[in-house]
Write a protein that binds this ligand. Structure first.
Ligand code: ADP
Length: 504
């Protein structure tokens, strides 16, 4: 039992006793009053020279009732002494319990610190393992070897995601989880997460449907990285636990005086959750229905972290589910927005309801190993997605997360094409392009393709006027990406005939 509960319980019993004793004292008080009246009557009898027999009888009556009052007073004194002993005991136990709690808190803090340090230390070599396997994958020509390297890379990525979860978990435990608000573009956020899900579902029969309310403010302030983390957790779970049918991602909002409550629901027609497991879903390291899910990777930390994140962002997370039919997870978070901010509009575009055709099923007509591409995007997962989508061309792809890094990389290496995100902290895509165009001749002519979630009409013209050569809207649609690659990779850099490629 928790200290507070224990103390509450004992104090309640002491208060009940004290109330009873107050009643007893009142009774004793009135009995003493009765004794006094009888003593006065006795006095009157003696003064009036009453018969000895009457005086004796009255004396006996007074003595009897006085004796009873003394008896009750003795009982009360004993009980009060007992209460005082009880209070001492409670205080002693509270001290013991408090000491035990302090010790447990100290131990918990060291455990949390250990987890935080350990996961932090593990991340660096993990990144190296993943990065090196990526390089090995590029350089390795033998299919068997390639398969092993891909497995290493996948296992590395899984391990890194577990380490990241543990790091977040330790931050939550130690109260160090921070929400860092900054302005962000809502269309980019939702397009990024939906693109990732579409890519994951590329070879699956599960239909991914999105419904993003057009009245959501396009510019909001909040922690976009943390929102992305919550949404990706719910969407990845839906992907993991749904083998056929659909996954529906719905975003709506309720506006109130400069704030907006975002409501993001992920519905799936997957395996569902048993009623008796519903209460455990958000507990740390809790995974349910393990008999059925034994082959699915997971730590049982994702939902607990997502819940803490939603709470830290002034929202909640809830779930309804029917076993065997599917589940709906709904996350809410409070964001602020500028009053004049325009609504997001229709961002579902052509991609709504369609999974991209898989790269494999599309096939590509050439590869270009000697073609050097640089992808610039501040969101790491977008870099991964771009890399994955371009993979069939076997080009030499480098990535970086800012305009400054892009310029530094261009000094070291000669690229043939750049994919440049628009909205980035620091120098944005337009500023970076402008800086590239003012480099020394040769490098300043490189074709630059704008990557943007902002698909409003007129955007393409705006980018072309600002030094870009082409435009690709996010979520990236594979046929458009492929067309664009066909356009920008020159004949002399293309290798392999179509037939060879299709057979691969
Ligand atoms: P995990 O890393 O195991 O997926 P989570 O905390 O994200 O951890 O989820 C906890 C458990 O909740 C999962 O192990 C799974 O049993 C259940 N669960 C989560 N999402 C779904 C879903 N969409 N459908 C069915 N079960 C789910």
């Amino acid at each position: 039992m928790d200290i507070a509960d224990y103390i509450d319980k004992v104090v309640l019993s002491l208060v009940t006793k004290a109330i009873n004793h107050v009643a007893s004292i009142a009774e004793i008080h009135s009995e003493i009053g009765a004794v006094r009246v009888m003593a006065e009557e006795l006095n009157t009898l003696i003064e009036n020279g009453a018969a000895r027999h009457d005086v004796a009888e009255k004396s006996r009556a007074v003595a009897k009732i006085a004796g009873a009052v003394f008896g009750r007073a003795d009982d009360l004194q004993r009980e009060v002494a007992q209460i005082s002993m009880d209070i001492n005991e409670v205080m002693g136990s509270a001290e013991d319990l408090n000491a035990a709690r302090l010790k447990a808190d100290r131990e918990n803090r060291s455990k949390t610190l250990f987890l935080a340090r350990m996961s932090h230390e593990l991340r660096t070599p993990m990144n190296a393992i993943i990065g090196m396997s990526e390089l090995a994958e590029r350089d390795c020509g033998r299919p068997v070897c390639l398969e092993h390297i891909r497995n290493i890379k996948q296992a590395g990525a899984n391990l890194l995601s577990i380490i990241n979860d543990i790091l977040d978990f330790s931050k939550i435990e130690s109260g160090n989880l921070q929400i860092t608000p900054s302005p962000y573009d809502a269309a980019s956020l939702f397009n990024d997460v939906t693109t990732i899900v579409r890519v994951r579902l590329a070879d699956s029969s599960v239909q991914f449907v999105t419904s993003i309310a057009p009245d959501i403010p396009s510019q909001m302030t909040g922690d976009a990285g943390r929102i992305r983390q919550v949404l990706l957790n719910l969407l990845s779970n839906a992907v993991k636990y749904t083998k056929d049918g659909f996954i529906k991602f719905t975003v709506s909002c309720e506006r109130e005086d400069g704030t907006v409550l975002l409501r993001c629901a992920v519905e799936d027609s997957g395996i569902g959750i048993k009623q008796q497991d519903m209460g455990h879903l958000f507990e740390d390291f809790e995974r349910v229905d393990m008999q059925r899910n034994s082959d699915i990777e997971g730590t049982g930390l994702g939902l607990s972290i997502a819940q803490s994140l939603c709470r830290a962002m002034g929202g909640t997370i809830s779930v309804t589910s029917e076993y065997g039919k599917g589940s709906v997870f709904t996350a809410t978070m409070l964001q602020s927005f500028e009053r004049g901010s325009s609504p997001i509009g229709d961002i579902a575009g052509d991609a709504a309801g369609k999974n991209p055709a898989s790269a494999r099923s599309l096939g590509v007509s050439f590869t270009a190993p000697g073609f050097h591409v640089l992808v610039v995007d501040d969101i790491k997962v977008n870099l991964k997605v771009a890399r994955g989508l371009l993979a069939p061309f076997e080009m030499d792809i480098d990535t970086c997360s800012s305009g400054d890094e892009a310029l530094a990389m261009m000094r070291e290496k000669e690229y043939d094409l750049i994919f440049m995100d628009h909205m980035m902290p620091g120098m944005d895509g337009i500023e970076t392009t402008c800086a590239i165009r003012s480099l020394e001749s040769g490098r300043n002519k490189i074709p630059i393709v704008a990557l943007t979630a902002n698909a409003v009409s007129g955007m393409k013209e705006m980018f072309l006027e600002n030094g870009f050569n082409d435009f690709l809207s996010k979520p990236i649609e594979i046929p458009r990406l492929y067309k664009l690659v066909e356009k920008w990779v020159p004949e002399e850099k293309r290798v392999r005939a179509e037939a060879t490629r299709q057979a691969k």
